[in-house]
Design a protein around this ligand. Structure first.
Ligand SMILES: Cc1cc2nc3c(=O)[nH]c(=O)nc-3n(C[C@H](O)[C@H](O)[C@H](O)COP(=O)(O)O)c2cc1C
Length: 204
């Protein structure tokens, strides 16, 4: 009987979370002029925006006024920090630069810390080469862990990115859509579960 009561209480919680949308911003992780990560970020942002129960925002790191003569929480930008604080999960769009990820992406991520803890993150890798930024993603994983973020087990890989979009930024290959769908389903599940945990499960 008690188990049934708990189950009903949990259902109520799930319904409550449906009334309070998840906030999942998409971070465009490069400042490079002519970056092809931008249509990728816009695509994922657009697909995320179609989900019920989710609000999103595109955060372009090129627009953040972070100085480069200091680092870490000393240069926290209030707008970025409040976005990270409100976020239930993140999508990071990271191009592969010399088998790593952009230094300025790390500079931006390093400006916050407690804001990320026990939140989900999914990574979309972008590359000129065929591996879809996989090497950059692998290098980001230990950073995510140190920031307290929980990575999902799906990535998105946009390889040979110069062939993927037309001149207007429209996706040429529709096969990416079911992959994005799978990725977002997992991210939303993780975001929902971790929000429940942050709000209801004590860290003893
Ligand atoms: C500094 C730098 C290093 C790069 N290194 C790689 C690389 O290791 N592997 C790769 O596939 N592409 C590499 N590229 C190409 C990018 O992946 C390519 O520009 C792609 O479009 C994604 O980056 P973007 O958003 O800046 O356009 C590099 C580009 C730059 C600017």
């Amino acid at each position: 009987m008690r188990g049934w009561y708990n189950f009903v209480e949990q259902l109520k919680e799930v319904r409550l979370s449906e009334e309070r949308p998840l906030f999942i911003p998409v971070i465009l992780g490069t400042t490079r002029q002519g970056r092809l990560s931008e249509p990728v970020a816009r695509l994922v942002f657009g697909e995320l925006g179609k989900r019920t129960g989710v609000t999103t925002e595109l955060i372009d790191i090129a627009t953040l006024p972070l100085p480069t003569n200091d680092a870490g929480e000393a240069i926290k930008d209030p707008g970025f920090a409040s976005g990270m604080d409100r976020a239930d999960a993140l999508v990071i769009v990271a191009p592969e630069y010399n088998h790593g990820y952009p230094g300025l992406l790390k500079h931006v991520l390093d400006s916050c810390l407690k804001e990320y803890i026990h939140k989900a993150v999914g990574i979309a890798g972008v590359s000129a080469g065929p591996f879809g930024g996989a090497r950059g993603i692998e290098n980001l994983l230990p950073v995510m862990r140190e920031l307290g973020l929980a990575t999902i087990f799906w990535d998105l890989n946009f390889g040979t990115v110069s062939d993927l979009f037309d001149a207007s930024g429209n996706l040429r290959n529709q096969a990416f859509l079911p992959r994005i769908d799978q990725f977002l389903k997992e991210l939303i599940w993780m975001a929902t579960t971790l929000r429940y945990g942050r709000e209801h499960v004590a860290l003893n």
